[in-house]
Design a protein around this ligand. Structure first.
Ligand code: 5GP
Length: 187
């Protein structure tokens, strides 16, 4: 059976770190590269971190029914999972890993059902989350406020996920993520 593992969390909870860890340590997993209309951050690569699309290209993909799911995650910024991307990785025999926002994670779980394990990565507190986001320093103050506001509402949705992964001590969270993933792959 083709499988997917969905990691969702408020921005800054550490889900991208968890996903990168699994990708570096497991040859049987691969990352579903999403499409987005956001501008690349320094160091980000087209086709590796995201498919960076113009709004016109993104809209064309919506019209042509190319997305499994898509969303306006932040005001004016679109993100989506391409059907072709998931199929490409399954064809390679991989378990597909998703790094999506909370609404996207709930949608993907509905779509993939038993083929999916959905994991909510939980920050120890909103204060810690805010500190992490500020340290990352990738956003302007306005965008940061938007992400913190969204995070506050997203924390209410953890019970809609199969598992909650508390990211208090990173090392422990990484071990726990590996255990959850392995169990799911072999069940
Ligand atoms: P960032 O701009 O920090 O890379 O991502 C912003 C948010 O969008 C993150 O929570 C990320 O997980 C989410 N995201 C990335 N790709 C997708 C996608 O394909 N669908 C959805 N729903 N969210 C996504």
């Amino acid at each position: 059976m083709n499988k997917v593992i969905i990691f969702s969390a408020p921005s800054g909870a550490g889900k991208t770190t968890v996903v990168h860890h699994l990708l570096h340590t497991r040859k049987d997993m691969a990352f579903s590269v999403s499409a987005t209309t956001r501008m690349p951050r320094p160091g980000e690569e087209h086709g590796k971190d995201y498919y960076f699309l113009s709004e016109e290209e993104f809209e064309r993909n919506i019209a042509e029914d190319k997305f499994v799911e898509w969303e306006q995650v932040y005001n004016g910024l679109f993100y989506g999972t391409l059907k072709s991307e998931v199929q490409r990785l399954w064809d390679e025999g991989k378990v597909v890993l998703f790094d999506v926002d909370v609404a996207g994670g709930i949608n993907l779980k509905k779509i993939y059902g038993d083929q999916a394990l959905s994991i909510f990565v939980k920050p120890p507190s909103l204060d810690v989350l805010e500190t992490r986001l500020r340290k990352r320093g990738t956003e302007t103050e306005e965008k940061l406020e938007e992400r913190i506001k969204k995070a506050r509402t997203e924390l209410d949705y953890e019970d809609q996920f199969d598992r909650v992964l508390l990211n208090n001590k990173l090392g422990e969270a990484l071990v726990e993520a590996t255990v959850l993933a392995e169990r799911f792959i072999h069940e």
